[in-house]
Design a protein around this ligand. Structure first.
Ligand code: TXA
Ligand code: MG
Length: 346
């Protein structure tokens, strides 16, 4: 397939919007990660996205809108809590899971009776949705299982030749995907942590929100994503049933082996140096990852994992972050990248 590369001018965004309206696939920047978009209400177009990504068909898509008023097209149930969160966090990196109307096809929601909706703050993303005149279903624009793309180059690397076009805009601000919060239960429950943290949700709603307990588990069997669209997904660990289908699959994985070092910073540094020396003695190349703060870690993590792959290193050694606030969200990604391979350092 011929993939057109577009600069993010309004003329180009209009051309890309025409492609979406005609049932095509366009990758575009958002403030979180790049998305791979198609008309969310067009079954055939959405089906092609699963195929291009090699995404399991039971993993639902997030539907992106350009104005809060468009939410009523997708759901009949807009609660007071939802209004509060929309006012506070939209446009921005928040996805709300809501009951869906029949207009949203099964293929978009992986057969669920709910749909994830997000109103991005990126101007390019919002213009594309507006110009398309339809809600846009957009998973992250990577091959399933790979780190999410935070630059246009990442998207080109994974999807060039598999989709109709890529809007090459700026690098993504946040660098990790949106927070996903289920608004169909009481209290609302965080299914995927992101830039909007538990503390921020609880403060906005003036009560504690719940957190899917599977986010605290360290499963043994991470499922490989099926690289066949429409294929049945296999079962994962018996005691690991995340409420967000995507969370049970292997994700964000670099090609190299990855080990997370968790402990007091100075000891971790020493342990990582010792391990590096040992590995290099064995002829292995090592890539070390350590971030000064959570915000930078979120911004850089996926890009660094891809950089390590480009360099063809054998092992990535990463320093854990404190699992609070944004650090909890980054660690969620880091743990999955490493296949939950953690070394505790005393
Ligand atoms: O920041 C983001 O959310 C990016 C940008 C492109 O907007 N998109 C993104 O999409 O990360 P994706 O498909 O890579 O991740 C969507 C996550 C998956 O874990 C999926 O299982 C979950 O959201 N999800 C979507 N709809 C859901 C639903 N109805 N119920 C539960 N989980 C849902
Ligand atoms: Mg993804």
């Amino acid at each position: 397939m011929k993939t057109s590369l577009f600069d993010d001018t309004i003329e180009n965004i209009r051309t890309a919007a025409d492609i979406i309206r005609d049932g095509g696939m366009i990758a575009f920047p958002t403030e979180t990660v790049y998305g791979l978009g198609a008309d969310a209400l067009n079954c055939e177009a959405v089906g092609k996205v699963y195929e291009a990504k090699g995404r399991p068909s039971d993993n639902p898509m997030i539907v992106h809108i350009a104005e809060t008023s468009e939410l009523a097209r997708l759901t009949d149930d807009i609660s007071e809590d939802m209004r509060v969160l929309m006012d506070k966090f939209w446009p921005g990196p928040m996805t709300m899971i809501v009951r869906r109307k029949d207009i949203v096809p099964d293929v978009t929601t992986g057969g669920l009776d709910t749909v994830g909706v997000r109103l991005p703050s990126s101007d390019v993303a919002r213009s594309l949705i507006k110009e398309s005149g339809c809600p846009i279903a957009a998973p992250s624009a990577n091959i399933s299982g790979r780190p999410s793309p935070t630059t246009a180059e990442h998207v080109i690397h994974d999807l060039y030749g598999r989709i109709d076009g890529i809007i090459c805009g700026e690098d993504c601000d946040f660098g990790i995907e949106s927070s996903v919060i289920d608004m169909t239960c009481d209290p609302p429950m965080i299914l995927r942590p992101g830039a909007i943290t538990r503390e921020m949700f609880s403060e906005a709603l003036d009560r504690e929100v719940a957190v899917d307990q599977s986010l605290f588990k360290r499963p043994k069997n991470i499922l490989e994503p099926e690289h066949v669209a429409g294929a049945e997904a296999p079962e994962s660990d018996d005691d690991f049933h995340p409420r967000s289908p995507g969370m049970k699959y292997k994700h964000y994985a670099p090609c190299a082996e990855m080990i997370i070092f968790d402990g007091e910073s100075e000891s971790v540094m020493k342990a990582m140096d010792a391990e590096t020396e040992e590995l290099e003695k064995q002829g292995k190349s090592v890539f070390k990852l350590s971030f000064t703060d959570e915000k930078l870690a979120a911004h850089e993590l996926f890009a660094k994992l891809r950089e390590a792959d480009e360099l063809g290193v054998d092992v990535i050694l990463a320093e854990a972050l404190p699992e609070q606030g944004l650090g909890f969200s980054v660690m969620n990604r880091m743990l999955k990248s490493a296949g939950y391979n953690v070394r505790r350092i005393k």
